[in-house]
Design a protein around this ligand. Structure first.
Ligand SMILES: [Zn+2]
Length: 188
């Protein structure tokens, strides 16, 4: 995993540029990635495929990341387009583990122009690319990127995360250590 993975993604893909100033309303641009670097490869592949798909279509990139975060242990990559901003085009229902998602596709209708059809197709493909990335996060350790033993862990004591065997043990070890320290403090 890259140490400077967040910078690298911004360098390689101009549409991923962040803007951490108070006035910035876009959650991604303001806060950056709300997940750990084990998912760097997933995010890099996703942005690369998006770039290639625009190149294939021969149009300039109007994809706008809206929020990129870990939720319920997996990657959520919310996005919109310059002409259809995301706003946060997603509603997460806490507890249910289900989120309703709207893919901001292009206009549809029988009288649509070739240009509109191509745009719809492009955006449909981008939705697939993003969904593939989110799927990959289900079997990729969020901390180290391992994809052999990584799985969704519900036994971490509160936090639900996708971690590999080794990172999960480290997490539990640290948690137990903290608990012991806390107990020792209380006993004093
Ligand atoms: Zn790991």
């Amino acid at each position: 995993m890259q140490n400077n993975w967040q910078e690298k993604l911004q360098e390689d893909f101009s549409f991923m540029k962040q803007n951490p100033v108070e006035e910035e309303k876009n959650l991604y641009r303001h806060y950056g990635f709300e997940c750990s670097g084990g998912w760097y490869d997933i995010l890099h592949d996703c942005c690369k495929k998006i770039t290639e798909r625009y190149e294939e279509a021969g149009v300039s990139i109007d994809f706008v990341p809206a929020q990129i975060k870990e939720k319920f242990g997996t990657l959520r990559f919310y996005y919109g387009y310059e002409d259809t901003p995301c706003g946060i085009a997603a509603m997460d229902f806490i507890g249910s583990g289900i989120s309703i998602r709207f893919d901001p596709d292009g206009d549809s209708g029988e009288t649509e122009s070739l240009e509109a059809r191509n745009k719809g197709r492009l955006r449909g493909d981008i939705a697939k690319i993003v969904r593939t990335a989110e799927e990959r996060s289900k079997t990729t350790c969020e901390w180290c990127g391992d994809n052999k033993t990584a799985s969704l862990r519900t036994n971490l004591g509160g936090w639900i995360g996708t971690l590999c065997d080794s990172c999960a043990s480290k997490y539990i070890e640290k948690r137990n250590q903290r608990r012991k320290e806390l107990e020792a403090k209380i006993r004093k």
